[in-house]
Design a protein around this ligand. Structure first.
Ligand code: ZN
Length: 291
């Protein structure tokens, strides 16, 4: 049975409608209360989700208490230019091989958290995010989905001047400011999705639709990314892959994020996370090139 996992007030839970069931209690201690540790127990969660039927829940889900479903990933991969339409709006060629960068795991934050802006050129990138369950090395394309714990939504928030500051550009820092990696609100097993190969994502800013696409249009799909990355580095439980953003980013539309903007990211079958932007300071980096 499909499961809906969440990090609620720092504890691992299964979600059933508006309610949550504490996993440590539900599993009689077989699944740890620490959400990061629980990600290794995906195989048990299918049966445990069944057990929530008819059980008194441990409480109602409070969106302000949700944490990142994978709160402390060892590795966070970002994939650049993974939709043809986004490559075109960025005036970049469609890549022959995946464009891979790192987001440092310290940027991972709660789904409904505040995005802190430190320049006037910070951008949203709504993305489908993969959380690895069982780790592995040299994972085959055919086996890749078996290593996915769950799918969630994410924002690959990007400070464009820092992202493009060096020549050649090096994306990691511009995408790793604190607060630049909200994920959530929950994480669902792939069989919970209407179709795991056609995952629909939408991103709105202040209610205006900016991005709307599906994973069917990924240049490098989820199984391929898992195969590719695992041939280079061991994938560990909790590792996170931001699979790339569709067309409609702010830089292409001259609609970058401003203080008070509300970014809404929705994946069909997962849910919606809502992030409010706050212009907290200038980063005052001695950048010579303005992206
Ligand atoms: Zn991105």
């Amino acid at each position: 049975m499909a499961f809906t996992f969440a990090n609620h007030a720092g504890r691992s839970v299964l979600v059933d409608g508006d309610n949550y069931h504490d996993l440590e209690a539900l599993s009689a201690g077989a699944v740890p209360s620490d959400p990061a540790a629980a990600l290794a127990h995906g195989d048990k969660l299918h049966d445990l989700q069944k057990k929530t039927a008819g059980r008194a829940p441990d409480g109602k889900v409070d969106p302000t208490k949700l944490g990142a479903p994978s709160p402390t990933p060892q590795k966070v991969f970002g994939i650049g230019l993974n939709y043809k339409t986004h490559a075109a709006e960025s005036n970049m060629e469609v890549p022959d091989n995946p464009v891979v960068f790192a987001k440092f795991s310290s940027c991972i934050c709660a789904p409904n958290s505040t995005i802190e802006l430190r320049s006037d050129r910070v951008d949203y990138e709504g993305e489908i995010v993969v959380i690895i369950g069982n780790g592995g090395k040299d994972i085959s394309l055919a086996d890749a989905w078996n290593h996915v714990f769950a799918i969630t939504a994410g924002q690959d928030v990007s400070d464009r001047p820092v992202q493009m500051a060096s020549k050649p550009p090096h994306f990691d820092l511009g995408k790793s400011f604190d607060t630049f990696g909200p994920i959530g609100p929950v994480a669902v097993s792939p069989d919970a999705l209407p179709n795991r190969d056609v995952i629909a994502i939408k991103c709105l800013v202040n209610g205006e639709e900016r991005q709307n696409d599906t994973s069917a249009n990924l240049i490098f799909g989820i199984p391929f990314l898992i195969e590719y990355l695992s041939h280079i580095t061991t994938l560990n439980t909790g590792d996170v892959i931001f699979t790339g953003t569709p067309a409609g980013v702010g830089a292409a539309q001259k609609k970058l994020l401003r203080d008070g903007d509300v970014v809404t990211t929705t994946i069909d079958g997962v849910g919606t996370m809502v992030n409010t932007c706050r212009r907290v300071s200038d980063h005052n980096l001695p950048l010579t090139k303005k992206a």
